[in-house]
Design a protein. Structure first.
Lengths: 131, 263
């Protein structure tokens, strides 16, 4: 058992190397991106999205999932939000109508958190071709 | 094993703990779990058209030449971003023409009327009342919609296994072997396209019915195609079926097609 020193030294080197990315990048986190709102997104429905902004920030994927299920499976296309306002449930025709700027609105955060949703493989991103 | 009885009791105890986890599993498996707490609701559009089972009656006496079908096919394919692929193996079709002996195999007589033999028949998904494709689908991506009888596709869920294509006796389904986007001649921006690796077919214009409009083919047919509720005795389709002799494709298979042909 005279290799004890070697093993411990090796272990220390291994742990140092394996954790290198963590302590090297400590305190240097990339700043969270700010999504850009189009003029229409700021003014339509007095700047209020279908749900409160905080809810949309954290839960928009759950909401889209609910919409998809209701539209495709339950023949329901009208969404009633807590204030009683109604919207057509459509990613291309409702969401992207205001948020016509996918690169500055959707992609920024999605890239930052490294998610790659496949919505736009089928849904057309800027149906009304708003600049 | 010396203490097999002890071991057995231990395992049984663990297994009963596992059973106790069922409510937790159920909570995760529940649909739309977030929506109730958020105080939101979903409902059908106010102007939507409703039926127990949508059905179509095609008056084939009105179609003499393939040119008569062209505007109908074009209207459908334009509305739904159906790609135009010249390679037959990659072809995508929602509604297309077929000769009598192909559309109605087993119904052709040996020396039948030549006119009938060569007139084009408009064929599409039959939205069967007993659809074999839905039974074949392993992910429930295609399903019989209970509210209106439409055999729907949930393209999000389709894994491209093509069991439904094998199960459909009418060849009504097409598979996207290639990315269809570059082959769409004229994009309808309000309707999604499909992606490579999913199956697609006619959806009886579910998106138009939800807005109170009749299907695109019916609108483009100039009255040759009737559309309505099969279970409403006063509907136009029921009137046509009662007053005319109609046939359906491969009726003996028992899938109960909802597309009727007046010949």
């Amino acid at each position: 058992m005279n290799e004890k020193k070697l093993i411990i030294a090796g272990l220390i080197i291994f742990i140092a190397l394996a954790t290198f990315p963590f302590w090297y990048n400590l305190g240097k986190a990339a700043p969270a991106p700010e999504p850009v709102l189009t003029e229409r997104a700021k003014t339509a429905n007095s700047g209020q999205c279908v749900m409160p902004t905080d809810y949309m920030k954290t839960e928009h994927m759950q909401l889209l999932d609910l919409w998809r299920h209701a539209v495709v499976r339950n023949t329901e296309r009208t969404f009633v939000n807590p204030e009683g306002k109604t919207f057509q449930m459509s990613l291309s025709n409702t969401c992207m109508d205001c948020h016509a700027n996918k690169p500055e609105f959707c992609d920024r955060c999605h890239n930052y958190v490294s998610v790659d949703p496949y919505c736009w493989d089928c849904h057309i991103e800027n149906p009304k071709e708003i600049e | 094993m010396e203490d097999s009885r002890r071991r057995f009791l231990k395992l049984a105890g663990l297994a009963s703990l596992g059973l106790g986890a069922k409510p937790i599993y159920n909570a995760f498996a529940r649909e739309n779990s977030g929506s109730e707490s958020a105080g939101v609701a979903t409902r059908a559009n106010d102007n939507a058209l409703h039926a127990t089972q949508w059905a179509m009656v095609i008056d084939t006496r009105r179609f003499a030449h393939p040119q008569d079908l062209e505007p109908i096919i074009a209207a459908c394919h334009r509305a739904h971003n159906v790609p135009f692929l010249t390679d037959k193996r990659h072809e995508i079709k929602w509604i297309w023409e077929e000769e009598y002996h192909n559309a109605f195999p087993g119904k052709a007589a040996q020396f039948m009327d030549e006119a009938l033999e060569h007139i084009p028949f408009l064929v599409l998904c039959n939205h069967c009342e007993n659809p074999p494709c839905c039974r074949a689908c392993p992910t429930q991506a295609t399903f019989k919609r209970e509210s209106d009888g439409i055999v729907m596709m949930d393209f999000h869920r389709c894994i491209g296994c093509r069991f439904c294509m094998a199960a459909c006796p009418f060849g009504a389904r097409s598979f996207n072997f290639r990315d269809p986007r570059p082959f769409i001649p004229e994009q309808n921006k309000e309707f999604p396209t499909r992606m490579k690796g999913v199956v697609e077919k006619c959806n009886f214009c579910a998106e138009r019915l939800a807005e109170g409009k009749l299907p695109a083919c019916v609108e483009a047919s100039d009255g040759a195609i009737a559309f309505g509720d099969l279970y409403d005795p006063k509907s136009e389709v029921r009137e046509l079926i009662r007053t005319n002799y109609t046939i359906r494709r491969k009726q003996t298979l028992g899938t109960e097609p909802a597309v009727y042909y007046i010949v």
